[in-house]
Design a protein around this ligand. Structure first.
Ligand SMILES: Cc1cc2nc3c(=O)[nH]c(=O)nc-3n(C[C@H](O)[C@H](O)[C@H](O)COP(=O)(O)OP(=O)(O)OC[C@H]3O[C@@H](n4cnc5c(N)ncnc54)[C@H](O)[C@@H]3O)c2cc1C
Length: 415
């Protein structure tokens, strides 16, 4: 028996739930398959203390407030997962959990649509929406061999400080994950080395408004292309009620900052001489947001309080003025490395000719080169906000409307 459905959504994270809402509104019969539970990654692929990076008024879907949290609260990860579960129930999303899609291929020539091989049999669909997440496969550079005898884990496997062996910890990566994990380890009394690459670090708040508000009014969430072709991580945190990430203050609290991790030989980690430069780049990004905010306030005559302290950049600590370029791990007492080095996608199960040589989906705003196939939740799918909670909801609407239009064309002549 082959089950048939008009549209098949694969994955029930926030993207799959948003897609279901819009397909439902467009009266498109559909099914969402989720191999684990709704919003599984919020429950089990993140560290224990993680909270959403944006406040509750922003990091949500339009149709439902996050129950139990004020607008400015940063919602803990479990409650974020509960929220998406509640949202799916509210919209009666037809989600089937515990079913893995193992392969998708095109139907044979002469028939439209796709066939999905799942852990519970075959399903045919005219439209397939891949909502399996942008942050799927942890990327861990193979720099330090197992023979070095260090505990090594990716940030997605980090849970809390007690999980790590005694001793100092090296955290590699200066995006939101790396900096928050380093902060937590310092607070837990651990000796921390933090390898800082190029990063942006927008202010958490400025002149009484959160950075998500500033990115909104300054039209940066809707920016359609990254400001540069180089990938630059963003260091922002909702921890402890939300605070601006400041690497120098982390150093004041005991962390030792290092430049970019380059290589490892005979027990020694080699660092690039770029720490000061990376911090200056982060400062520039930080100050540019303040400048743009000031111009916006003046231009629009807003009465927001002044915030002169925001422009104070602390002096460089010793680890910046005298950077460590070679770190002997044993002498430094390092017993563990946490690689906060990002994620890649894995579409090996999609047996379709719709990928670039580097394995990235060929698409326009999520509409794949392969007719009938769609991607949702990709970074910069249509705008900066695309892989974030509020942004994916808008992209899902666009895709659902696209499917609706296609169905309209196909119905031509049949009325
Ligand atoms: C550490 C971290 C913190 C983040 N914090 C925020 C934040 O605060 N605010 C924000 O807006 N964004 C945040 N993001 C970015 C983004 O919102 C999340 O990554 C979010 O989980 C992405 O949702 P998604 O639905 O696109 O993908 P996912 O949440 O990854 O969901 C994909 C789902 O697909 C399922 N799946 C995968 N393959 C298959 C298959 N073959 N068959 C069936 N099911 C399958 C998975 O089990 C999973 O449930 C964060 C990301 C990370 C990594």
């Amino acid at each position: 028996m082959v089950e048939r459905i008009e549209a098949l959504v694969i994955g029930a994270g926030q993207a799959g739930v948003a897609m279901s809402e819009h397909l439902g509104k467009n009266h498109i019969p559909h099914l969402v398959l989720e191999r684990q539970r709704i919003a599984e990654r919020w429950r089990t692929s993140r560290w224990d203390s993680l909270v959403a990076n944006g406040p509750a008024w922003h990091d949500r879907f339009p149709g439902l407030l996050i129950p139990g949290f004020g607008p400015d609260a940063f919602v803990p990860k479990e409650q974020m997962a509960d929220y998406f579960e509640a949202y799916a129930a509210m919209i009666n999303a037809p989600i089937r959990c515990g079913v893995e899609v193992q392969e998708v291929r095109r139907n044979s020539i002469g028939r439209p649509g796709f066939v999905a091989e799942t852990s519970e049999g075959q399903i045919e669909a005219n439209y397939v929406i891949v909502a399996t997440g942008a942050f799927q496969r942890p990327v861990m550079p193979a720099l330090v061999p197992e023979s070095a005898g260090l505990t090594q884990l990716h940030s997605n496997a980090y849970r809390n400080p007690a999980q790590l062996p005694e001793g100092a910890v090296l955290v590699v990566g200066s995006g939101s994950s790396g900096v928050q994990i380093a902060d937590e380890l310092v607070s837990a009394g651990r000796r921390v080395y933090l390898s800082v690459g190029a990063h942006d670090r927008p202010p958490r708040r400025y002149r009484g408004r959160d950075f998500v508000w500033w990115l909104g009014v300054l039209n940066k969430w809707d920016a359609e292309a990254p400001p540069s072709t180089d990938h630059v991580t963003i260091a922002v945190s909702g921890a402890h009620g939300g605070h601006t990430v400041d690497f120098r203050r982390l150093a004041e609290r005991g962390a030792t900052l290092l430049g970019k991790t380059e290589s490892f030989h005979d027990g020694v980690l080699h660092l690039a001489p770029d720490l000061a430069q990376n911090l200056v780049h982060g400062d520039k990004n930080y100050l540019s947001v303040l400048d743009e905010a000031d111009v916006y306030i003046e231009r629009n005559g807003l009465t927001l309080p002044a915030d002169p302290d925001a422009r104070t950049i602390p002096a460089d600590p010793d680890c910046v003025t005298h950077p460590i370029l070679h770190l002997n791990m044993q002498e430094a007492g390092v017993t563990a490395i946490i690689w906060a080095t990002g994620f890649a996608a894995d579409y090996s199960w999609l047996k379709l000719d719709t990928f670039t040589e580097k394995g990235a989906p060929k698409h326009q705003r999520g509409v794949a080169a392969e007719p009938g196939l769609y991607f949702l939740g990709l970074p910069w799918q249509s705008r900066r906000g695309s892989s974030f909670i509020w942004g994916v909801w808008h992209d899902a609407k666009f895709l659902s409307d696209h499917i609706s239009k296609q169905r309209g064309y196909l119905a031509y002549g049949s009325e």
